[in-house]
Design a protein around this ligand. Structure first.
Ligand code: GLC
Length: 737
């Protein structure tokens, strides 16, 4: 009897002790899936549904009863956006949310340096962590299909391989801070005009070869914890609840275990949202402040209407358990991750990272002597000229403002003029030259012609007396420029810049033109301007990066992540009429198919003004003859291509060696060549390095629509080694048996 009593007593104590222990879902030491399962088992149906939709503009609910915290999200890809109000798009005007503005993602892509992507992800992750955000709404990896897209500055160019390689380190390093990347906008959000509904049609090849690979890399290699559904439709179904894109490809083929979050207002149907793979609905129209009956948060598609359908058995309970599991997984990875570092904001390390990324991303497009003789105009040594005139609204404009959701409230922002004055001192005078109006959302100032004319006349007059003119122009973050919510209306430079550039060149041959933009522009004056620099939106340290490169403190090493067509109709998206771009306002067809960017220019033999992969240096690089490790590549083997690259100039520099593959003959149309590998190498003057690339048969495949899979066809291939997509320094032939 006594024994039994003792046993019972011990068991009771053990139970008491156990129940006093931390519940599994609360215990960070427990396996993630065990925590998910335990938490799910404790939740009511109502609590699970509450996880699936916004509770405010930028947060979704946790489970208060179980001590499971809310999820806090924040824009954007280039830095942590200022705090937004609970229920509307207004800024909360906090005084502690100023941060570092990092260069735009086009600039990061232009570095062609994955180390810069890692630096970027680490720094922005520390800032998002410090600002106590669980999800950072970026990076954006939509392909640059047309130079008219208002949001290309947030993305990583026209080539899926470059965008994929350059987004992965950013995602990995960001998430090491316990902050989820939310890769966007999945998928086919390649323009802003009619973005909320345009119904995109395209071939399976174009989808799999061009528009999906960067997202796949972000998920499969980057391990992204969340992804944002795009506003547009894909083949008749909204991207935010698209069975094909979400259930079949993302969660099926790619085995994505994270959360699909709508773009803000991207959900349109409860049943589809329930069964087609959407997990968290954000931003559906509500001001939240009105009473519940006037479309409050509980009226969201994945709120009460979803709960009702579940209770009525109109959608399977498995859908809510899958959604809730994914959301819990995201919460455990972020908000309930007790191993997170503490983060930091606006540190010297972050400014150094922003400056370095800018320095490596700036692209030297052209650098000729001023009057067709003598040395190239750049770099400009600090003591070379006595009177340097800086011209342009973009020399002083704070380009962190505007552009839409990626806009930022910065702690510090070095303008180009400040950066140039820091190097050239009081030799620098300034003339506005042109003016652009306010960076508003959805509308743009009209600039009276007489103002444009007088500003131009003043600058041209001053240019006559200057030894050197540095014009800082380009686009900006105004509506109809590089800005969300609208596309550009004109391929040319706005605000009278073309006339200004032509007149400046007419009175002073020593003209350096810096374009700050996220898109290609038409350059009717290209022959009159000896030095042209593609400067991107460079963020907080922009002025320093620009001065570093123009002065020669830094040797530029950026390469274009997208082509600059001579004229708009030279771009594939604009070669097939309205239905191809911008669509007929309902439907759109990507008629250029797989021939996007340099794939179009190469294959159609329409030379771009400045091609994909182009970027000059202050030194010169010579390439040896590339060699292949074998004549044939076996189906299960590899083949290496080796090339020696030498710095034949007098200054140290970095070169991006690019490898493109071409299929000599195939049963389907293939681009003349496609980027498959690249390496950025640093070389001292006179130094030579050997670069080796390893090709596998996967590098030779195309997406075969007949078999809905990737395949290669035996035959002859070429590996082109280039300093750009057109500056081919050598090629090797090999055969796939
Ligand atoms: C915007 C953008 C998206 C952003 C979201 C929240 O409409 O499309 O990129 O993250 O809404 O601001």
């Amino acid at each position: 009897m006594k024994q039994k009593f003792l046993t019972t007593l011990l068991f009771a104590c053990a139970l008491t002790a156990a129940s006093a222990q931390t519940p599994v879902y609360m215990d960070d030491a427990q396996p993630l899936e065990a925590r998910v399962k335990d938490a799910l088992s404790r939740m009511t149906l109502e609590e699970k549904v509450a996880l699936c939709h916004a509770q405010s503009k930028f947060s979704s609910a946790g489970v208060p009863r179980l001590g499971i915290p809310e999820l806090w999200m924040s824009d954007g890809p280039h830095g942590v956006r200022a705090e937004i109000n609970w229920n509307d798009w207004g800024y909360a005007n906090w005084t502690n949310d100023s941060i570092t503005a990092f260069p735009a993602l086009t600039c990061l892509a232009a570095t062609w340096n994955p180390e810069m992507s890692a630096k970027y992800g680490k720094a922005i992750g520390e800032e998002a962590r410090y600002r106590e955000k669980d999800v950072l709404l970026g990076p954006g990896v939509n392909i640059y299909r047309t130079p008219m897209n208002g949001r290309n500055f947030e993305y990583m160019g026209e080539d899926p391989y470059l965008a994929g390689v350059m987004c992965v380190p950013y995602i990995r390093e960001l998430q090491k801070n316990g902050v989820a990347a939310c890769v966007k906008h999945y998928a086919l959000n390649n323009q802003e005009l009619w973005r909320g509904h345009i119904d995109v049609y395209l071939s399976d090849r174009a989808l799999h070869e061009i528009y999906l690979p960067a997202f796949k890399a972000a998920v499969v290699e980057g391990g992204a914890w969340s992804i944002m559904g795009a506003y547009n439709q894909i083949r008749g179904q909204h991207a935010c609840h698209n069975d094909f894109a979400l259930n079949q490809i993302l969660k099926g083929d790619w085995k994505f275990d994270g959360c699909v979050v709508t773009d803000w207002g991207g959900a349109h149907d409860t049943y589809e949202a329930a069964v087609n793979g959407l997990d968290i609905e954000m931003g559906s129209y509500t001001n939240g402040l009105t009473s519940e009956s006037a479309f409050g948060y509980n009226d969201y598609y994945l709120a009460d209407p979803y709960l009702k359908m579940l209770k009525e058995g109109k959608v399977p309970m498995s859908t809510i358990d899958d959604k809730a599991s994914r959301i819990l997984r995201l919460i455990f990875r972020t908000a309930m991750n007790t191993r997170k570092p503490f983060g930091s904001v606006a540190t010297e390390a972050h400014y150094a990272a922003a400056r370095e990324i800018g320095n490596e991303g700036i692209v030297l497009l052209k650098n000729a002597p001023a009057e067709k003789k003598g040395a190239p105009l750049l770099p400009v040594a600090a003591d070379k000229y006595r009177n340097i005139l800086v011209v342009g609204d973009n020399a002083v404009r704070l380009l962190n403002q505007g552009g839409g959701s990626s806009e930022l409230k910065v702690k510090d922002m070095i303008s180009p003029l400040e950066g140039l004055r820091a190097v050239y001192g009081n030799k620098v005078t300034y003339a506005r030259g042109y003016v652009a109006g306010r960076p508003m959302y959805g509308r743009a100032d009209e600039i009276p012609q007489h103002i444009t004319d007088s500003l131009r006349a003043e600058a041209v007059e001053m240019a006559k007396k200057a030894d050197l003119v540095i014009m800082v122009g380009g686009l900006n973050k105004n509506h109809y420029q590089d800005c969300e919510g609208g596309d550009r209306l004109d391929y040319g430079l706005p605000f009278g810049q073309n006339e200004l550039i032509q007149e400046l060149a007419g009175v002073n041959p020593n003209l350096v033109l810096v374009l700050l933009s996220g898109n290609a522009v038409e350059m009717p004056w290209v022959a009159q301007v000896p030095a042209i620099v593609q400067g991107w939106y460079l963020g907080s340290m922009g002025g320093k990066s620009l001065a570093d490169v123009l002065s020669g403190e830094v040797n530029p090493s950026g390469k274009l992540p997208f082509s600059f067509p001579v004229r708009l109709t030279d771009c594939g998206a604009h070669a097939f009429g309205e239905l191809s771009y911008p669509g007929d306002s309902i439907r759109q067809e990507y008629k250029e198919d797989i021939l996007v960017g340099y794939r179009w220019h190469d294959t159609k033999k329409i030379p771009a003004l400045f091609p994909f992969g182009h970027g000059l240096s202050y030194t010169t690089f010579t390439y040896g003859k590339p060699t292949a490790s074998a004549k044939n590549i076996a189906a299960d083997g590899t083949l290496t291509v080796t090339v020696a690259v030498k710095n034949a100039g007098r200054v140290a520099g970095k070169e991006v060696v690019q490898l493109y593959v071409g299929d000599d003959r195939c049963s389907v149309l293939r681009p003349m060549k496609e980027l498959k590998h690249f390496a950025k190498i640093a070389l001292e003057p006179g130094e030579e390095k050997s670069v080796t690339f390893t090709l596998t048969p996967d590098d030779l495949k195309f997406y075969d629509e007949a078999s809905s899979g990737w395949k290669y066809e035996p035959g002859k291939f070429k590996a082109y080694i280039g300093a750009s997509s057109t500056d081919i320094r050598g090629a090797v032939s090999f055969e796939l048996k």
